[in-house]
Design a protein around this ligand. Structure first.
Ligand SMILES: [Zn+2]
Length: 136
């Protein structure tokens, strides 16, 4: 038992899973389906949710040069955050409450919007502090 804990602590993959959100400090382990990843040169930072990733990028424009990824809500595959279609105002809640639900394709975003009473589809570039305040 002790040995397995020790081994899992030394596994870099598990370390990533146990990371805290760089925006709000929440442990991201329980929210693997929602996490955002910010990869800058050798550094990797994790956010607990698309909302936290967006806030980090709005606060620090330097982050826009990094490799930003999220997980497609349906497929659970890695997608480029800067090309993501975000559904806002739906009844689906992320780790931080109302969130910006990420999709790779506009088609899936549309489908989700209709199924979950979403309000709008926004691109990464359309989202600013005002939008984030509006949908919380
Ligand atoms: Zn967070």
């Amino acid at each position: 038992m002790l040995l397995s804990i020790f081994l899992s602590c030394n596994n870099p993959k598990n370390n990533l899973k146990n990371s805290k959100c760089i925006h709000c400090g929440m442990n991201t382990q329980k929210y693997q389906q929602w996490i955002g990843v910010i990869k800058e040169k050798q550094k990797i930072a994790i956010t607990c949710s698309p909302r936290c990733l967006l806030l980090v990028c709005l606060r620090d424009k330097e982050k826009l040069k990094a490799d930003l990824s999220l997980k497609d809500y349906y497929e659970q595959t890695k997608i480029d955050a800067k090309k993501t279609f975000f559904v806002v105002g739906s009844k689906i809640l992320g780790p931080m409450g109302n969130d910006f639900i990420p999709f790779k394709t506009k088609k899936d975003a549309d489908l989700f919007l209709q199924d979950n009473q979403g309000k709008k589809i926004l691109s990464f570039q359309e989202i600013d502090f005002k939008t984030i305040m509006e949908y919380q």
